[in-house]
Ligand binder design. Sequence first.
Ligand SMILES: Nc1ncnc2c1ncn2[C@@H]1O[C@H](COP(=O)(O)OP(=O)(O)OP(=O)(O)O)[C@@H](O)[C@H]1O
Length: 311
Amino acid sequence: MSQPFLKIEGLTKRFAGSGGAPDFTVFENIFFGIEKGEFACIIGHSGCGKTTILNVLAGLDEATEGGVVMGGREIAGPSLERGVVFQSHALLPWLTALGNVAFGVRSRWPQWSSKQIEAHSIRYLEMVGLGGALHKKPAELSGGMKQRVGIARAFAIEPKMLLLDEPFGALDALTRGTIQDELLSIVQATHQTVFMITHDVDEAILLADKVLLMSNGPYAKIAEIVEITMPRDRTRATVHHDPQYYRIRNHLVDFLVNRSKTYAGEQGDDPVHPPVVRPGLDGGAQVVPLAKTPTPSDQASPGPALRNASN
Ligand SMILES: Nc1ncnc2c1ncn2[C@@H]1O[C@H](COP(=O)(O)OP(=O)(O)OP(=O)(O)O)[C@@H](O)[C@H]1O
């Protein structure tokens, strides 16, 4: 069987207890894979360890046990092969938007001329709608614009893997929607492989090919992998016209509200093969009228089909 592009195997994070307190296990035995060109979102309650997992993928933190293999090589430290966008934009305040993007591009391709670096950086800033703000410093940019610079900077180094930690979490709903659209079109054009943390179920359904659902900590784990089975050309304007949207949404909300607690510490299941779920497909389809706002009664069991993950 072929190996996924990114393979997470038996990842465990424990913190040693101080002053005689027992060790604290945030998560244990995390296994999942991401294929090249796939967009995976991870959702789970606060504190279950999502950022810790992303930091391990970025090479910024170490797991207590287990490892991560990308493109056949073990991840051991930060690399320009992985671009990271944090919730806070983390721009260099003394550089312009162009300077911030060019900084990463220069590190990635040190042999390039200044002209090449500038042209490449401008191309990515234009992609996120910042062609008119190239020479502004972070203090002169709005929150949404700063986050766009962060996204342009991460994409411009053309990483093999993009890691996004709630990149739109601090933005207002309108700006968030616009940047989601921009991200969607860039990802569709570049076939970028992405791992993204979000708390927003709708964002995950719009952007992801699959959603990893994490149970609550301590001893958090990947409880399910939900496939987003809607056509890839979905957009923010059309996604909720598809009845499948409600089935998936209800399944995700039901997990977060009702089931995420009971998965913690559950015995007898197979962490190497978390169940793969396709809500509403392969039997038990739940019929929800078009363009209907989900109600609590919609969140009753959508009858998902369960089968084992192959990675
Ligand atoms: N140095 C530390 N010592 C002990 N526990 C820690 C330490 N650093 C982090 N933790 C714990 O690790 C857990 C996971 O944190 P992490 O930030 O990865 O969670 P998260 O799922 O990303 O949360 P959020 O959604 O709120 O960002 C938390 O319970 C946190 O308290």
